[in-house]
Write a protein that binds this ligand. Structure first.
Ligand code: NAP
Length: 250
């Protein structure tokens, strides 16, 4: 899968799945800028690790919920590298709670971070990608868009929104050489899932035909396919990467 020489921008690249994506893109020969919210130590660690391997990697602190911040990040990347070929909208949060008791802030935080951010960054890169006649947009969804557990109405709504949004912009941008696809992970071992995994442990694994949790690298592999030159005729798709969790075969 070729990303050699490409310029990539990844949101939420300091930890978990985003870090795996940053590392795969950089090792594939792309120059990678990534956005993080506040954990500077984690961001610096990623940059140092990539630079030690001889890759170009750059961390930018910004809040993906803000349109102004997204425009600003994109301007900085364009000023430095003059193009943006690959955008990975990965930043996301959970704020679980049952509908009866979920407060408006829990709802809004998840919608803004997981869905509005995708609008913010896609719109910020669109003109550039259109004039390049080249672009790869990959949005992070979740299997929760399709199969949800109680307590995740905000999260399920945000990820369902991401998938619908992705299909729509795919139709708008295809003629300009831009693809837009989504990856929907199952249970992946990251800071986001640590509490659930600690609480449920082996019970979760029994529900996964692959009998293991996913790793950030498993998701990065799928992102690399959509990010590569070779996937130019694939757009508007959602690829589940979940070890068979949603097949319903058990
Ligand atoms: P994670 O380990 O909690 O990392 C989240 C990343 O997003 C961090 O880099 C964080 O930055 C950044 N971020 C959060 N809010 C932000 C904001 N307002 N502005 C800028 N950056 C922000 O999460 P993860 O598990 O890797 O999840 C990544 C994506 O995959 C999310 O969209 C999630 O919904 C999706 N997903 C995850 C799983 C799973 O099992 N883990 C399953 C399905 C889907 P800081 O380091 O500065 O906090």
């Amino acid at each position: 899968m070729t990303v050699e020489g490409r310029i990539a921008l990844v949101t939420g690249g300091s930890r978990g799945i985003g870090r795996g994506v940053v590392e795969s893109l950089a090792r594939g020969g792309a120059r990678v800028a990534f956005v993080y919210a506040s954990n500077s130590a984690a961001a610096e660690e990623v940059v140092a690790a990539m630079q030690a391997e001889g890759h170009e990697c750059w961390a930018i602190q910004a809040d993906v919920r803000s349109k102004e911040a997204a425009d600003n990040v994109v301007s900085q990347v364009l000023e430095k590298w003059e193009r943006i070929d690959i955008l990975v909208n990965n930043a996301g949060i959970i704020r679980d709670g049952l509908l009866a008791t979920m407060d408006a802030q829990q709802w809004q935080d998840v919608i803004d971070t997981n869905l509005t951010s995708v609008f913010n960054f896609c719109q910020a890169v669109t003109r550039t990608m259109m004039s390049q006649r080249y672009g790869r947009i990959i949005n992070m969804s979740s299997v929760a868009a399709d199969v949800s557990n109680p307590g995740q109405a905000n999260y399920a709504a945000s990820k369902g929104g991401v998938e619908g949004f992705t299909r729509c912009i795919a139709t708008e941008l295809a003629r300009r050489g831009i693809t837009a696809n989504a990856v929907a992970p199952g249970f992946i071992e990251t800071d986001m899932t640590v509490a659930v995994v600690n609480a449920a442990g082996n019970e979760i694994k029994k529900k996964i035909p692959a009998r293991r949790l996913g790793r950030p690298d498993d998701i990065a592999g799928a992102v690399m396919y959509f990010a590569a030159d070779e996937s130019s005729y694939v757009t508007g798709q959602v690829l589940k990467v979940d070890g068979g969790l949603t097949l319903g075969g058990l």
